[in-house]
Design a protein around this ligand. Structure first.
Ligand SMILES: Cc1cc2nc3c(=O)[nH]c(=O)nc-3n(C[C@H](O)[C@H](O)[C@H](O)COP(=O)(O)OP(=O)(O)OC[C@H]3O[C@@H](n4cnc5c(N)ncnc54)[C@H](O)[C@@H]3O)c2cc1C
Length: 158
């Protein structure tokens, strides 16, 4: 028997504090792939006589994507360290890292599709798949609504 009688559900649920972080890591990987692909594309694609990477509107999008990605990566690293140590605030950080990274990946991959224009929507390029893959990270291992429930409970518990 693992643990004491009647404690099974609690123990099973506690494993999620650790496994959720891996979904955050998956989201970071998907978002990094989308940013890398979009970066190469905007340097190559020409419109109005220059590479679209030269337009400030495009540059601002790239900067936002990279900024959100780095924030998500750092949150996942912090939560992973807390998982290793079994810190008391792991429940909050595991939920926060998964939720933040998944939401960031959804935004970043959607922007990557936008940066490729019409080609982004087609299956000829990988970013449409990355956008779909980012979506599942908002849904499984507890939806992001449920992560927010978990975080709020931790906050209210004090
Ligand atoms: C590709 C894929 C792989 C999966 N792999 C696994 C797996 O390996 N193991 C496993 O156990 N499960 C797995 N799942 C299931 C996944 O974890 C569930 O789909 C997910 O937890 C959501 O549950 P549900 O689909 O029943 O949605 P529902 O619970 O019906 O939720 C529908 C919507 O209502 C929202 N909602 C529900 N309750 C609340 C609430 N209290 N407050 C606010 N909003 C709420 C949800 O966030 C969601 O937006 C997988 C799903 C997919 C699509």
């Amino acid at each position: 028997m693992i643990g004491s009688q009647g404690e099974g559900l609690k123990i099973a649920l506690r494993t999620l504090d650790h496994t959720r972080i891996t979904i955050g890591a998956q989201a970071v990987g998907i978002a990094q792939g989308a940013l890398d692909f979009a970066l190469d594309y905007v340097k190559e694609r020409k419109q109005f006589g220059k590479a679209i990477a030269d337009f400030q509107g495009i540059q601002f999008m790239l900067a936002d994507m990279a900024m959100k990605l780095e924030a998500a990566r750092q949150m996942v690293y912090v939560a992973a360290a807390k998982s290793e140590r079994n810190d008391a605030d792991l429940t909050f950080f595991g939920a926060a890292a998964k939720c933040f990274a998944a939401d960031a990946a959804m935004e970043i991959t959607t922007d990557a599709v936008q940066l490729l224009g019409g080609y982004g929507y087609t299956r000829d390029f990988p970013v449409e798949r990355m956008m779909r893959d980012a979506k599942i990270t908002q849904i499984y291992e507890g939806t992001n609504q449920i992560q927010r429930v978990v975080m709020a409970r931790q906050l209210l518990k004090g």
